[in-house]
Design a protein around this ligand. Structure first.
Ligand SMILES: [Zn+2]
Ligand SMILES: [Zn+2]
Length: 271
């Protein structure tokens, strides 16, 4: 991938997706030399907008979906690097702004008022359930949206100090199980004793077990982690209460949620 990075002695830096041969610094007019082998330190000095520009380029980097490893070099990261290591790097520098980059995807049960075409080419008729990417103003079909959501949920899990330590098995795409009904979800919570990182999806809610053999679930709605729930306490009040409780989570308003404050990721699951 062609990425033009230029670091000027005056402190200015430039990012482009084209390799310019003859360029001058806008601030001091010095001739700029392209940096082909940047250091992490240089990258961490880039501005927020430049990082966003790099993220757009990173989204085009090829990867193997079965291993999540990139198959071409990206800046300081060599082929075979797990792409979530790079997500965490962006997340650490951009903090709360990071979630805007993959896009604030939201599930719409009743679909849109007009027809749309997903980026995969599939037609999404009006009224059919779909995902809306609020940041990029795109509409995605259920399959494409879910794939992107799982990327984001994997990132949120790796960012969590407990889930990121899952190693038997590791926390991966395969950790997610899709439940068709609230009753099916409750059945899983009843069984309990799940391994660390086991995750259940129901509509746009996801529950990721944070305690090995335990019962404490990081609860995420769409793009926002907002709660840690112990289900044994909920289920003691009966299955009907459990179903009503899950329905209330579906109606929970996440717009103003800031999410739990875990910005000290341990990424053992990735290395
Ligand atoms: Zn300069
Ligand atoms: Zn699609």
């Amino acid at each position: 991938m062609n990425i033009g990075l230029y670091f000027c002695e005056c402190g200015e830096s430039y990012v482009s997706d084209f390799l310019y041969k003859e360029v001058h610094c806008l601030a001091c007019q010095s001739v700029l030399v392209i940096e082909t082998n940047p250091t992490r330190r240089q990258l961490s000095m880039l501005s927020k907008d430049q990082l966003k520009q790099l993220w757009n380029l990173f989204e085009k980097v090829a990867f193997d979906p079965s291993t999540e490893e990139i198959t071409e070099r990206f800046l300081v990261w060599l082929p075979s690097t797990n792409r979530f290591i790079i997500w965490l790097w962006f997340g650490k520098l951009l903090k709360r702004d990071f979630i805007e980059l993959p896009g604030k995807l939201v599930w719409k049960t009743n679909g849109c008022v007009t027809d749309f075409v997903c980026e995969c080419g599939r037609n999404i008729p009006a009224g059919q359930s779909c995902y809306i990417n609020r940041t990029k103003e795109k509409v995605l079909c259920a399959d494409c949206g879910q794939r992107k959501m799982i990327d984001l949920w994997l990132y949120l899990g790796y960012e969590n100090p407990w889930i990121s330590q899952a190693n038997d098995p590791f926390f991966t795409r395969k950790s997610f199980h899709l439940c068709e009904t609230a009753e099916e979800l409750i059945e899983f919570f009843h069984r309990g004793n799940w391994c660390l990182g086991q995750a259940y999806i129901y509509k746009n809610l996801v529950f990721i077990n944070q305690v090995n053999g335990g019962d404490e679930y990081l609860t995420i709605k769409d793009y926002s982690p907002f709660e840690s729930i112990t289900f044994q306490a909920v289920l003691r009040r009966g299955n009907d209460y459990g179903v009503a409780y899950i329905k209330s989570l579906l109606e929970h308003e996440i717009e103003k949620e800031s999410g739990p404050d875990n910005h000290n990721p341990i990424i053992q699951a990735l290395v």
